[in-house]
Design a protein around this ligand. Structure first.
Ligand code: SF4
Length: 112
């Protein structure tokens, strides 16, 4: 009988949840603002992005990821950068000290 114990276990991809994302195939500009976007346009765009997020089957995984890695740009898990910063600060006792520092959140402009 073959010894399978020496073979690697099942491969789990930590990004598999993204394959079920409601935003797959949508334009990134819905989730990330441009340099020249002003408040009324931004508010409309963010509302549109959040509406997608709130019907997304992986909103929880997405939000946890964004909070864990401090995504510095865009709408993730139905939250803006400012909302994620606020959430991290209110969770401060359970978040490592380095995770509540704000340099990574200084802007919400999409990378070029
Ligand atoms: S929660 Fe929003 S940003 Fe995250 S995967 Fe779903 S649709 Fe995309």
């Amino acid at each position: 009988m073959a010894d399978y114990g020496r073979l690697p276990g099942a491969v789990h991809q930590p990004w598999e949840w993204q394959e079920r994302a409601a935003c797959r195939g949508l334009q990134l500009k819905i989730f990330f603002h441009s340099h020249h976007e002003r408040d009324p346009t931004r508010l409309r765009r963010e509302a549109e992005a959040k509406a997608v997020c709130h019907r997304c089957p992986v909103i929880s995984e997405c939000r946890q990821h964004a909070l864990r890695v401090q995504e510095p740009y865009g709408i993730w898990g139905g939250l803006s950068v400012e909302e994620r910063i606020t959430l991290l600060r209110t969770r401060r006792p359970t978040v490592p000290a380095h995770a509540t520092q704000t340099p990574a959140f200084t802007t919400d402009v999409a990378p070029q």
